[in-house]
Design a protein around this ligand. Structure first.
Ligand code: CMX
Ligand code: CO
Length: 142
């Protein structure tokens, strides 16, 4: 089951400046940084709130680290802004993806890949989801 908004992915040109904006403007001070080489991004996860399923909701600020990353391509076309939304699952993310694929939505990965904070992630094609790139997230087990 999808139980939360896990995060909203926001593409930016300057991670440090964008984190500073969210901290100074809104006071979101709980920040976790990491680099995801496979996805071609460096990122900051800003925790917004805990959720009822024992997980949390975040803003995921992402800056490309390579010209050939999908986020670099997206930024060149659209400029900074909301890139994707991510729903959190309470169970196995592949089971969730299989159920959604059976409804005719293209799942982009054959099997889940590594996401932020040790999560397992996959993506749904925006053209099958009314224009929204949608990520599914299974948080790391405690
Ligand atoms: N939101 C909505 N629509 C999008 C989109 C997005 N983020 N990215 C691309 N599209 C649309 C484009 O506008 C384009 O539409 P038109 O044909 O009408 O112009 C179409 O999808 C194809 O876009 P493209 O620029 O040719 O891009 P690609 O097909 O090469 O890549 C996608 C699109 C979704 C397959 C690719 O972005 C992808 O694999 N995404 C999943 C991985 C990812 O986003 N990683 C970064 C985040 C990592 C994380 O969250 O941890
Ligand atoms: Co994401």
């Amino acid at each position: 089951m999808l139980t939360r908004i896990d995060h909203i992915g926001i593409a930016c040109n300057d991670l440090e400046a964008t984190v500073a904006f969210y901290q100074e403007t809104y006071g979101f001070d709980d920040v976790h940084y990491e680099v995801n080489e496979e996805q071609g991004v460096k990122e900051a996860m800003l925790k917004i709130n805990e959720t009822g399923d024992g997980a949390a909701s975040y803003l995921q600020l992402i800056q490309p680290i390579r010209d050939d990353s999908v986020v670099a391509k997206w930024l060149a076309k659209n400029g900074e802004g909301v890139h994707h939304i991510a729903f959190g699952t309470d169970g196995d993310v592949q089971d969730e993806a299989d159920g959604i694929a059976a409804k005719g939505v293209r799942v982009l990965y054959d099997k889940p890949r590594r996401g932020s904070l040790g999560s397992r992630i996959t993506f749904l094609h925006p053209k099958d989801a009314h224009g929204v790139l949608t990520e599914l997230v299974e948080k790391a087990r405690d």
